[in-house]
Structure formats: structure tokens, C-alpha cells
Design a protein around this ligand. Structure first.
Ligand code: GLV
Length: 316
């Protein structure tokens, strides 16, 4: 008999079709993000869960999961929404989907860098609200990427893919990471403070962990040169919203570009009031090709596990 898998959100059709050929699937009809109680209820009688970023699988949820659950295959690279220690305590394996979303997410980071630097949000508003009076030599002046220093916080796969793209735009790459990465042509900074002092642009690409949460706050933002631009394609909780909004309002930052937020989708309304904030609704991996690849990778992990092989992307 095939293993029973709860899929917590609607997935692309090709992924769902493949899932059905290997497993007996239980779905979240309606595709609404589930609260913990509903997740535990639907997990009843299942062997595994194919979960994603809208599922807050904290320690209390993991403790209440039925004993039949042996694996949580995460449809995302980030696993900050799953309490990994609690999963380990219950011998539940957790997997993620690295590699397959690197390029799509790096593309969105470049979109944010360009969108923020070139005033794309104001430009689009001018067109949509029919307020574009005429072309003016001094109108809507942005900031060039060429020749500027891009500081990358977190030089993992996505950070490296952003570095490659930004180099093609003529940017000089600086980074802070737990350790230097030999394969990148970039300047390593042993501390975040040192990186910030050298960054005309800052791209946040580290995982959300106890160490990185709130790392971008009033103190650290003040270390950036005046007129810097901050973009985030990692996780919202690495940033202190009040501090970031304050730094844009008081002119310390020229602009920001965000694809991820605290408390998505109920973002701090202060962001909407900033004309120089280029904002996207967590689109990092949102192409059909990438979402298919993420789904297939999550299924690779589940299929391996249920035929008794080690899943390739085990994080716990
Ligand atoms: C999306 O945010 C992911 O972590 O894959």
C-alpha cells in the first residue's frame, strides 16, 4: 500500500499528478493556509506531510502530530517555519528544496536592486495615476548600479547567484558570511558591521535563525553610508521594520526593495506609505518552472524516504 501524504497547499498540476502516482494524497481543499490545529487534524492517519512556508510547524504542533508522521518534506529552501529541534526529538525527518530556486530568487533580488535604485514604484505610480507630465532632464532621477559596492549578507547559493548577476551590472561585491567562500570574486568581511560600512547597496540573503533575526536594526542600519539601498529576498524577520521604515523616512536610506516581510501577508502598513519602497509579495521562487522543480524535489525526498533510501535534502 502506498504511503499516505498530507499536502498542505495546492501545488502545480504536474507536481500533484506525480504525487498521486506514488502516494495516497490528502489535500487541503480550498488551499487556505492552515492553523496548527487544522494541520494536526488533517495529519491524522498520514505517514508524511508535504508542507510549505505558510505552515507554522512549531514545537507544540510537532508534539501534537500523530505518531504515524515520519517525514516533513518542505516545499521551500528555508525551514525557519519548522522547529527542527522538536522534529529531531520526535525522530521526524525534515527536508527542503535547495538549488532549484536559486536562479529565480537571485533574479528577484536584481529586480529589487534595480526597482529600488531606479524609482520603479514611483514611475509606475506616475503612469497608472496619469501623473506623468513630461520627460524632464532632472525628473525621477535614480541611482546607477554600475561601479557601486553591493554588500551581500549571506554568501550561500542565492548570494553567489546574485553576486554573479550584479557583477554583470558592473557592481563590486562585498560580503559577510560565517566563513569566506573561495569560489567567489568578492571582498570578505569578517563582521556584519564592517560589511555595512562598505555597502552602497545591501542584499540580505542569510537564513532566518536565532542569530540573524533582527540583525538589520537601528544600530546596524546607521552603519550604512547615507543614501544606501537595502533589499531583502531572504526572510522578513531579519529586519526590524520600525528601524527600516524610520531609516527611509529620515533619508538615511535612498530606497528599499523587499520581497519578504514580517507577518506576511499582513505587512507593516508603514511600508505602503513609502513612495521609494519597491515591494513584491514574496515572489522569489514564483515561476512555474521553479515551482514545478521545487515540487519534484520535495517528491524526490518523499519517494526516497518511503523506499528506504536517504532523502537527498535532509536538514534534520
Ligand atoms: C521561500 O521563501 C523558500 O524558502 O523557498
Amino acid at each position: 500500500m502506498s504511503a499516505k501524504i498530507l499536502i498542505t497547499r495546492k501545488l502545480p498540476p504536474d507536481v500533484e499528478r506525480r504525487a498521486e502516482t506514488f502516494f495516497t494524497i490528502k489535500r487541503n481543499k480550498g488551499d487556505v493556509p492552515m492553523d496548527q490545529a487544522r494541520l494536526v487534524e488533517l495529519a491524522d492517519g498520514q505517514d508524511g506531510i508535504l508542507a510549505t512556508v505558510t505552515d507554522r510547524i512549531d514545537a507544540a504542533t510537532i508534539e501534537r502530530l500523530p505518531a504515524t508522521i515520519r517525514i516533513i518534506a518542505n516545499f521551500a529552501v528555508g525551514t525557519d517555519h519548522v522547529d527542527l529541534e522538536a522534529a529531531a526529538r520526535r525522530n521526524i525527518i525534515v527536508t527542503n528544496t535547495p538549488d532549484v530556486l536559486t536562479d529565480a530568487t537571485a533574479d528577484i533580488a536584481l529586480l529589487l536592486l534595480l526597482g529600488a535604485a531606479r524609482g520603479a514604484a514611483q514611475g509606475m505610480a506616475a503612469i497608472r495615476e496619469n501623473k506623468w507630465a513630461n520627460w524632464a532632464p532632472t525628473g525621477m532621477l535614480g541611482i546607477s548600479l554600475t561601479g557601486k559596492r553591493l554588500g551581500i549578507l549571506g554568501m550561500g547559493r542565492i548570494g553567489q547567484a546574485i553576486a554573479k548577476r550584479a557583477q554583470a551590472f558592473g557592481m563590486k561585491i562585498h560580503y559577510h558570511n560565517r566563513r569566506p567562500v573561495e569560489t567567489v570574486d568578492a571582498t570578505f568581511h569578517a563582521t556584519l558591521d564592517e560589511l555595512l560600512e562598505q555597502s552602497d547597496f545591501l542584499s540580505i540573503n542569510c537564513a532566518s535563525t536565532a542569530q540573524t533575526r533582527g540583525m538589520i536594526n537601528a544600530r546596524t542600519l546607521a552603519l550604512l553610508p547615507k543614501g544606501a539601498i537595502v533589499v531583502n529576498t531572504a526572510r522578513g524577520d531579519i529586519i526590524d521594520d520600525d528601524a527600516l521604515i524610520g531609516a527611509v523616512k529620515n533619508g538615511h536610506l535612498a530606497a528599499i526593495g523587499l520581497d519578504v516581510f514580517n507577518n506576511e501577508p499582513n505587512i507593516d502598513p508603514g511600508y505602503r506609505a513609502l513612495p521609494n519602497a519597491f515591494l513584491l509579495p514574496h515572489l522569489g521562487s514564483a515561476t512555474l518552472e521553479t515551482r514545478n522543480a521545487m515540487g519534484f524535489r520535495a517528491l524526490d525526498n518523499l519517494e526516497a524516504f518511503f523506499v528506504g533510501k536517504p532523502p537527498r535534502d535532509r536538514v534534520v
